[in-house]
Ligand binder design. Structure first.
Ligand code: NCD
Length: 353
């Protein structure tokens, strides 16, 4: 692959680079006019989203038959990917791993820093640089905000850059989750996403999925948002500022029942108590932010219920049988959406017909 101007020109050091607006930073994470490192939801514009949705649809269709599945699994059989997931993960890890297998990408994994040379004192930066010596892509989940981006920044300055895909970074971003959430909405609404009222519920302050999903709303017309959360865990001001800048109307409320009636989609989340400093989650009554079976009678016939999962009690298990509960389909959509993204990054998306 040809390195772009942005990559070869003199770049500022990390401390100067990191605080810059995303719009200034994205050229550094692109190559030949294509997204190269997938780090922020803001990198996904409407054209790219729709392209990835149709690629995912084609992948599903083509792989239904064995000869199609064999064809697709040869597309990237010369590539290897590293899954570096040093924060707990079930779905994101499994869906990326299986998306790699669908495309024929060979995989290796580290899920615990105690099994790598980090225990000998090697820096995380040197550790990930080492992976890049052996593989063609690194898919990462890391607890420190900005670390995935720093890895991509570091890699792009080396003689052997490999694309970095963000599988969840700290509390700040989870762009491929936003991609699969949008893909699920796209499939649920038959492609008609404009004009929808989307209600996000739960721990909005510390949930990275709702943050990344909010960024994607700038790609759609006349979308409105309602943020429903306990006061202590309301959406952070940077996201509200972003929505204002893009003229996306939103409301903030604790009255879940009041807003669910007009929702086209309800996006539930769990309390993110792993980020507690001194047990602050325990002080909150989360029950008003649960979706119960009786709520099924209050919502629209066409409303869909999403959840990035894992769930605790925020959605009653009996809700799962309702056709409007799409979260199990959503997690499977993740595998196809991530396969589409990797096919795109490696430039074989055009071969999936
Ligand atoms: C989410 C995450 O890790 O941010 N899960 C996921 O990726 N499917 C949501 C969560 O953990 O609550």
């Amino acid at each position: 692959m040809q390195r772009t101007q942005a990559m070869t020109s003199v770049q500022p050091d990390w401390e100067n680079f990191y605080p810059r607006p995303i719009s200034e930073k994205t050229p550094f994470f692109s190559k030949d006019g294509r997204l190269y490192d997938c780090l922020f939801a803001q990198q996904l514009n409407r054209e790219l989203l729709e392209h990835l949705f149709s690629t995912a649809d084609r992948l599903r269709a083509v792989t239904q038959k064995k000869d199609g599945a064999d064809y697709v699994s040869a597309l990237l059989s010369d590539k290897r990917a590293m899954l570096y997931f040093v924060q707990p993960s079930t779905r994101t890890f499994m869906s990326f791993l299986n998306a790699c297998h669908i495309l024929g990408i060979k995989t290796s994994e580290i899920r615990d820093t105690t099994t790598s040379s980090e225990v000998k004192g090697e820096t995380p930066e040197d550790t990930v640089r080492t992976f890049s010596s052996y593989v063609d892509m690194i898919i990462m989940r890391h607890p420190a905000p900005g670390f995935v981006e720093k890895t991509a920044w570091l890699m792009n300055r080396t003689g052997r850059p490999v694309p970095i895909v963000n599988g969840g970074s700290g509390k700040d971003q989870h762009p491929t989750q936003a991609l699969l959430d949008m893909y699920t909405l796209h499939r649920s609404f038959g492609g008609e996403l404009d004009g929808k009222h989307i209600v996000m519920v739960g721990d909005l302050k510390r949930g990275r999925t709702v943050r990344s999903l909010s960024y994607l709303m700038k790609n759609y017309k006349n979308v409105s948002l309602s943020f429903v959360s306990p006061r202590q865990f309301c959406m952070e001001p940077d996201i509200l500022e972003f929505l204002k800048r893009h003229n996306i109307p939103f409301t903030e409320t604790e009255d879940f029942k009041g807003v669910m009636k007009s929702a086209d989609a309800i996006y539930m989340t769990r309390i993110q108590d792993e980020h507690d400093k001194s047990g602050e989650s325990k002080a909150v009554d989360y029950s008003p932010f649960h979706f119960r079976k009786e709520h099924l009678d209050l919502i629209k016939k066409t409303c869909v219920i999403l959840h990035p999962l894992p769930r605790r009690h925020e959605i009653e298990v009996t809700v799962d049988d309702d056709p409007r509960a799409v979260f199990w389909r959503q997690e499977r959509n993740g595998m196809w959406a991530r396969a589409a993204l990797m096919a795109y990054i490696f430039g074989v998306d055009g071969k999936i017909r």
